[in-house]
Design a protein around this ligand. Structure first.
Ligand SMILES: [Zn+2]
Length: 289
């Protein structure tokens, strides 16, 4: 499943690929993904409009034009791929966006005039796509309004204070607490285990029992782990738009995740595995308290 670092790398790749473009068409090959797509609203926000920015909020891609903003989520298995073809190339292609360079009308025969196509491919169809008109306050959109802060857009101290305050009186374990998008966005299952390992905090401890000082260390660990993942993907972020469908090629070295029974890199104790909210959790019983 694409996580925050992958979506961030995708946003950067799309931004790079579509700089100076306008949308000239959107072709829907089916009416629905996870839910029906508002085809007319999406077309009126995009078609004929100049692209202004491509950003990420949590795991949503926000594609802003001078007429509105498309909001796209890749779901469990979605991809946005740059293709030369206006027709579906891969099975499970559901939406095809057509873009051209803004100056292309002046010289239709040169390369700048060739349209670009972004294919939204999503085998499992858990993805989502909608659009809102220009001037809409995105922070009130139902898909975005309940999301916690971006962990990389505030300081580590501010993130630590936020986590500490939110967690007071909370009995559930700290690992599902930091994975809760209403608390903080983007800390997926792998990154939660890795951050707690770096911070020396046991994933099963009650969130409300983790101290303020420990949240300071944890906030830094979350930023370190997510930053490293983006950097690892960022070296080849264009691959996200040109990939053959394989997972993002993260060179991120995992300390505990998926290493059950293997030696902890610090103390050589075997890495342990447990489950929180039915998600696999990995930790070192000696290094994490
Ligand atoms: Zn250890």
């Amino acid at each position: 499943m694409p996580e925050l670092p992958e979506v961030e790398c995708l946003a950067r790749a799309v931004r790079e690929e579509t700089r100076g473009c306008r949308f000239t068409g959107v072709n829907f090959l089916r009416p629905d993904l996870r839910e029906p797509m508002p085809v007319d609203a999406i077309k009126s926000a995009l078609v004929g409009a100049n692209l202004r920015s491509v950003r990420r909020r949590s795991k949503y891609l926000l594609i802003e034009t001078d007429r509105g903003t498309a909001i796209l989520h890749l779901g469990m298995s979605g991809q946005l791929l740059s293709m030369d073809s206006p027709d579906p190339v891969k099975t499970h292609t559901h939406v095809i966006f057509e873009l051209r360079r803004k100056d292309s009308s002046a010289a239709p025969q040169n390369d700048g005039g060739k349209p670009k196509y972004l294919h939204f491919v999503d085998p499992r169809r858990f993805g989502r796509l909608t659009a809102v008109p220009a001037g809409t306050d995105l922070s009130t959109h139902p898909w975005l309004s309940k999301l916690g802060p971006e962990p990389l857009e505030i300081t580590a101290d501010a993130l630590a204070e936020h986590l500490w305050r939110k967690s007071r009186g909370r009995k559930p374990a700290v690992k599902p607490f930091i994975m809760d998008g209403a608390v903080v966005v983007g800390v997926g299952n792998i990154y939660a285990s890795e951050s707690l390992y770096l911070a020396g905090i046991r994933p099963g401890r009650a969130a409300g029992r983790v101290t303020r000082q420990e949240y300071r260390i944890l906030a830094q660990a979350i930023q370190t782990v997510l930053g490293a993942a983006i950097e690892a993907g960022g070296t080849s972020f264009r691959d996200y738009l040109h990939s053959d469908g394989s997972e993002g090629s993260y060179a991120l070295q995992l300390n505990v995740y998926g290493r059950s029974g293997e030696a902890c890199r610090k103390c050589l104790s075997p890495v342990r595995e447990t489950r929180h909210l039915n998600r696999a959790t990995y930790f070192c019983g000696a290094c994490q308290k």
